[in-house]
Design a protein around this ligand. Structure first.
Ligand code: GDP
Length: 301
């Protein structure tokens, strides 16, 4: 079920609930059943869904026990609706503030993720995003593994009018990353984005390489680029990356496609890391800033 369908299902469950004549246990259970089924169909992890159900029940009970409903049906509905909204927000909000680049300082951002997840595209999108906001931005291509990686960076960075650094001959990604970051620091760039190699599987060499690049460039923020279409696998993938790359932010790509999106949401909870942007298309401007409350509000329509 794609995200728009999830929104429609949640919305329909809530509006059905708003029409019940009596807010009793049966009505609450029926509502929770529909909400949970919709989340599960969207690939949200089963444990998270079950925890949402328990928390909503506990919150509603606590509110009713203290008499917050003032004996009124309408108030009871508000209590239930608010508990559900808050817990949906909680799903996408680990309660951790992401790093915020500041001007006049060389903010180093390192992107990690499996090949094909949209890392290189996202690096350019990020550079464009910050450039538009007055940060002098650039990209370092430290992917020496995939033939054509530097060409891809060169083409997209040129198109985006963003400075870039890479090499056709150097085979050591750590050396390229270090050289690029040093060069751009000297040239007083504000945002230096380091694109790393992806690989198809979570191979140990990939992780070792990430650790070495990280030690060489000392990123202020490491971002995991996660493809929304991987579904349930997002949780295991993000855990594996967290163990070696210790990323501080997630960007979920391909949210415009047929992705369910729930898997990526589960990755937030599994790694307690905030989503900062959503990739919503192949164009350079297709990057939406992510914030938990507006995201859930929009999802519910
Ligand atoms: P990398 O191997 O992780 O560096 O992935 P790329 O940046 O080369 O992207 C792989 C493919 O995904 C390319 O065809 C991109 O155009 C596409 N892509 C990346 N981000 C998005 C997105 O947000 N939406 C869509 N529809 N396609 C994307």
């Amino acid at each position: 079920m794609v995200l728009a369908d999830l929104g429609r299902k949640l919305n329909s469950a809530l509006s059905q609930f708003s029409r019940v004549s009596s807010v009793d246990q049966e009505a609450l259970d029926a509502l929770l059943k529909e909400i949970c089924a919709a989340l599960l169909e969207s690939d949200v992890n089963v444990k998270l869904v079950s925890s949402l159900r328990q928390k909503v029940k506990a919150k509603v009970k606590a509110a009713l026990d203290t008499g917050a409903d003032k004996g009124r049906e309408g108030q009871r509905k508000n209590i239930v609706q608010k508990a559900i909204f808050d817990e949906l927000v909680h799903l996408v909000d680990p309660g951790v503030e992401p790093y915020k680049p500041r001007k006049g300082y060389p903010n180093v951002i390192m992107a990690v993720g499996l090949q094909g997840n949209g890392k290189t595209t996202t690096c350019t999108k990020l550079a464009v995003h910050y450039q538009k906001r007055g940060f002098k931005s650039c990209i370092v291509c430290a992917d020496t593994f995939r033939a054509g990686a530097f060409d891809q960076t060169r083409q997209s960075a040129t198109k985006a009018k963003v400075a870039y650094f890479g090499s056709y001959t150097e085979t050591d990604p750590v050396s390229i990353a270090a050289q690029g970051v040093e060069k751009f620091k000297k040239e007083r760039f504000d945002v230096i984005i380091v694109d790393t190699s992806g690989r198809h599987k979570q191979e140990s060499e990939l992780f070792q390489e990430m650790v070495q690049i990280s030690e060489a460039v000392k990123p202020d923020m490491t971002v995991l680029v996660l493809d929304a279409s991987i579904g349930q696998a997002a949780e295991a993938q993000s855990r594996a990356f967290k163990d070696s790359a210790d990323f501080g932010a997630i960007i979920v790509t391909k949210m415009d496609g047929h992705a369910k999106g729930g898997g990526a949401i589960s990755a937030v909870a599994a790694t307690k890391t905030p989503i900062i942007f959503l990739g919503v298309g192949e164009h350079l401007a297709d990057l939406d800033k992510f914030a938990p409350q507006p995201f859930i509000s929009k999802l519910l329509g």
